[in-house]
Design a binder for this molecule. Structure first.
Ligand SMILES: Cc1cc2nc3c(=O)[nH]c(=O)nc-3n(C[C@H](O)[C@H](O)[C@H](O)COP(=O)(O)OP(=O)(O)OC[C@H]3O[C@@H](n4cnc5c(N)ncnc54)[C@H](O)[C@@H]3O)c2cc1C
Length: 534
């Protein structure tokens, strides 16, 4: 299967390797982890303007030696967008899939710096479905006061799930939907609820103490996911939940992973050293203050500065053989977030069967274990009607349901669908069961057999979850600052979305990388970045 021609690939080093460079001068910076955070950090560190030289990084970019090491065979991490078999313009977004107009760094990169092809990301129309407690109703019906199968109080009847959540929040914080970032900072610092600071209580606690159990059950079931309303740090969760209310959504036409791939390509084009299939296994300090990173049998590399652009689980795997990371006094910071288990199953069909029901691209949701499904109809000029369905986007408890169906006979993808689809094929039983649940959700429509299927559960190493949320009690701002350089005497830094205020968004990874580069390493703010963005 050929990929879309507009897609860019990042070329890895062929002549020099990161480990062989240890024979000469140490690298100025070694970035470890080729997700969006690491690829962006590497590109900025190689090409950015040094405003003050406290970091020791040469001010002349052509004199800088910056390298990026990635454990897997590909750049992108939790952005992974293989083309759909038979419909190469449709990308199966197994990780992140869309961004909002509030994602300032990302929007500037896409529109102004890299000029990537972007398009609106539909979230669903009036015919898209809810299937809850065995009842099927459309978004239009809900908007027109459909009586949902929950024992709602009179004042809650006719309200949608998000309105119920907003009402619960505004009972404590009137006008919260309109708070500015500065106002949220104030609220996070000052608000006491039930005798506790907001960060000392969980979101689930807060919501259930401000809405009826049935209203909460409806709001929870209608999202199709649990993590969003789970018991994570309320001070961080509230602005996160409300933050996207008035945002517009877009996606990258050639796949979301084009963002990290383009960062990595620009990095390589500017003389950066990129090597994939190179996993860091430990970090030690040399006598001269540089750091030595070991890559197992592949050797070692010395660097004056090391940036770890990876999630909590990857840090935990490195910790036993690494300075700083393994220290007991850092464990509260590393452990201040929890990774959430999330799984997606994609199916390809030869027809967009959902259109018979008037369903448009976007999502439907259910309290069945499939959680959410997202429709991707053929694009204009595609030449066939092949279509893509994110047949299940499920999390936490529901993910264990699908785990129980793994193994046994695999679903057979047709020849030529490419290595990704073969490697990620679900069991035939998983496909049969997701088809059964889709039929239950959609009712009176015959669902054809899919011709291709793949799934991805992000709880595997080194990810430990699709995204993390701050634990109750964590002081997120303080931890984010600590992780940028856990020990002021050691040139070791951590960036990525995990310890950011935009968890679950690629923007969080970019924002921490940008903070490191400008606030800690003395680089100038890039001219393309709008004021107050990071
Ligand atoms: C299912 C799902 C849905 C999402 N939805 C959205 C969305 O709609 N919009 C959005 O913006 N974001 C979304 N996100 C979140 C977004 O994908 C992440 O926030 C972002 O990709 C994280 O980037 P990162 O660089 O911090 O980490 P990662 O992408 O995890 O990158 C870390 C990299 O480090 C590498 N690595 C780990 N250990 C080592 C080692 N020892 N040596 C070398 N390399 C190593 C890994 O292989 C990986 O490539 C979603 C994520 C998932 C999984």
């Amino acid at each position: 299967m050929t990929d879309h021609t507009s897609r860019t690939t990042a070329h890895t080093a062929t002549e020099r390797t990161i480990t062989s460079s240890a024979a000469g001068e140490p690298l100025d910076v070694l970035v470890i982890g080729g997700g969006v955070g690491g690829s962006y950090a590497a590109w900025r560190l190689l090409t950015g303007e040094v405003a003050d030289d406290t970091s020791g990084i040469p001010s002349d970019p052509s004199a800088r030696r910056v390298a990026l090491a990635e454990a897997s065979h590909r750049i992108g991490g939790r952005l992974e967008s293989p083309a759909a078999p038979g419909a190469p313009e449709l990308h199966a977004e197994f990780g992140g899939m869309g961004f909002t107009s509030h994602n300032t760094i990302l929007t500037a990169l896409v529109d102004d710096v890299f000029d990537l092809r972007a398009q609106p990301f539909p979230r669903g129309g009036g015919s898209n479905l809810f299937y809850l407690r065995g009842e099927r109703f459309t978004a239009d019906q809900l908007a027109n006061g459909y009586e949902v199968p929950y024992q709602l109080d009179a004042a809650d009847r006719g309200k949608g799930p998000m309105t119920l959540i907003v009402d619960a929040i505004e009972r404590v914080l009137p006008g919260a939907t309109g708070y500015s970032p500065a106002e949220w900072k104030q609220v996070q610092a000052d608000t006491i609820f039930a005798g506790r600071h907001l960060r000392e209580i969980g979101l689930w606690n807060f919501l259930l103490m401000n809405m009826s159990a049935e209203a909460f059950a409806f709001a929870h079931d209608a999202t199709g996911h649990f993590f969003e309303v789970s018991n994570w740090n309320c001070a961080q969760a509230l602005p996160w939940l409300l933050g996207d209310g008035n945002a517009s959504y877009r996606t990258l036409t050639d796949g979301y992973d084009q963002l990290p791939i383009t960062c990595a390509k620009r990095f390589v084009d500017a003389g950066g050293l990129l090597q994939t299939e190179l996993a860091a296994e430990g970090i030690a300090a040399n006598d001269d203050g540089t750091l030595r990173v070991s890559f197992g049998d592949a050797g070692t590399a010395d660097a004056r500065r090391v940036v770890l652009a990876m999630p909590q689980r990857a840090l935990e795997l490195l910790a036993p053989s690494s300075i700083v990371l393994g220290r007991p006094d850092l464990s509260p910071a590393v452990g201040s977030v929890t990774g959430h288990r999330v799984m997606k199953i994609f199916l390809a069909y030869d027809t967009p069967w959902w259109q018979q029901l008037g369903i448009t691209d976007g999502s439907s949701s259910t309290d069945l274990p499939l959680g959410q499904c997202w429709y991707f109809s053929p694009v204009a000029g595609q030449g066939n009607t092949n279509s893509l369905l994110m047949a299940s986007y499920n999390d936490t408890l529901a993910t264990t349901y699908w785990e129980g169906l793994e193994g046994g006979q695999a679903f057979v993808n047709p020849a030529g669908t490419g290595p990704f689809w073969s490697a990620q094929a679900p069991s035939a039983l998983m496909v049969e069961e997701v088809q059964r649940q889709l039929a239950e959700v959609h009712g009176s429509v015959t669902i054809p057999a899919p011709y291709a299927a793949a799934y991805r559960d992000w709880s595997v190493d080194p990810f430990g979850g699709a995204f993390s949320t701050w634990n109750v009690g964590a002081d997120a701002d303080a931890v984010e600052a600590v992780m940028l350089q856990p020990d002021p005497t050691v040139p070791l830094h951590v960036v990525g979305s995990t310890y950011s205020s935009d968890q679950g968004w690629a923007e969080g990874a970019l924002a921490t990388a940008e903070r490191l580069v400008t606030e800690r390493l003395g680089f100038a703010r890039p001219p393309w970045l709008p004021a107050r963005a990071s």
